[in-house]
Design a protein around this ligand. Structure first.
Ligand code: AMP
Length: 302
């Protein structure tokens, strides 16, 4: 990957400008904010849980490409509130040194890596939560109770602390994006939420930190999830019945070895199921392959 740090883009400069600034607590974040105040540039914020891959780096690159020329801050925080399974939290990949090297190479301006107790000083009895409302009831919300309340609570905290003008989220996590957009709209957060298209491996598999848990056979099977989304979208646009298209896709995935949780056509804003294609439709899918839960989606219109 070519070096794209500030030194390469805006010479002459110093080595310091070329390093990503690592902020490990709230005081360091506040100090950085005070330092950048005079530069009159907005902040574009990319929240992540680390174990960065090309999908995350694409979000950072999109932030850097904004015409407002923001300073780009990436956060890395494995949020315990959004895991409803302690084993899943414990095994979530943590690769901080690699992540920092990638962010350095990508030329982002700062990375915020708070320890858990900096954001959740009373982790055990952190009682106040954002209620994500009806958007969180179905799909991932049904499979992972409390997940979206935990996600929204930490995203709200990060938005308050960082005060960005822009925050970028991947369409890969379509329901998460819809909930964040609704939270920002309904609670009047002063931030623009920007949606970034899903980045995929050449065979179509959506990039994800969890893909590393697929064994060789599962990795070879995994792209069938996206292939079925593409096939279903094609069938729906030539007016096949929604029910039969969805049924066929679920059956094919089951035959291929997936345990399908949902494969559904929804309104892209309300996430309510649709019985016919509309101008604002999305196919949402989640399926278990071995030990890995894969999610993916595809926007379609008639
Ligand atoms: P995570 O670290 O999994 O919480 O993801 C952090 C952000 O990166 C979220 O906004 C995700 O939607 C986004 N993201 C994850 N995978 C991809 C991908 N393959 N393409 C685009 N964005 C992604």
């Amino acid at each position: 990957m070519p070096m794209q740090c500030a030194a390469a883009v805006f010479p002459p400069t110093t080595k310091a400008l070329c390093s990503v600034r690592k902020l490990t607590n709230l005081a360091q974040l506040a100090q950085w904010q005070a330092e950048i105040e005079t530069r009159a540039r907005p902040i574009a914020f990319v929240p992540t849980m680390g174990n960065l891959h090309a999908g995350h780096l694409h979000l950072a690159a999109q932030a850097q490409a904004l015409t407002a020329k923001p300073l780009v801050l990436v956060s890395i925080f494995v949020n315990p509130l959004q895991f409803n399974d302690v084993a899943d939290l414990a095994r979530y990949p943590r690769t901080l040194d690699d992540d920092l090297a990638r962010l350095h190479e990508a030329g982002v301006d700062a990375v915020f890596v708070p320890p858990v107790d900096a954001l959740l000083p009373e982790a055990e009895n952190h009682g106040v939560r954002i209620d994500p409302g009806p958007l969180a009831e179905r799909w991932e919300g049904a499979a992972r109770p409390g997940h979206f309340a935990g996600m929204a609570t930490i995203v709200a905290k990060l938005l308050h602390l960082i005060r960005p003008q822009f925050a970028l989220f991947g369409e890969k996590d379509f329901q998460q994006l819809a909930i964040v957009q609704a939270m920002v709209r309904d609670l009047n957060f002063p931030v623009d939420i920007l949606a970034v298209p899903t980045q995929r491996a050449p065979d179509g598999l959506a990039l994800s930190s969890r893909n590393r848990f697929l064994n060789e056979d599962e990795r070879a099977t995994a792209p069938k999830l996206y292939a079925q989304l593409v096939q279903a979208a094609g069938a729906l646009t030539v007016a096949e019945s929604v029910e039969s298209v969805l049924h066929k896709a679920r059956a094919e995935l089951t035959t291929a070895g997936f345990i399908v949780d949902y494969f559904t056509l929804c309104d892209a804003t309300s996430l309510q199921p649709l019985s016919r294609l509309s101008a604002n439709s999305v196919l949402l899918a989640a399926a278990q392959l071995g030990a890995v839960r894969l999610i993916d989606n595809l926007r379609i219109s008639p």
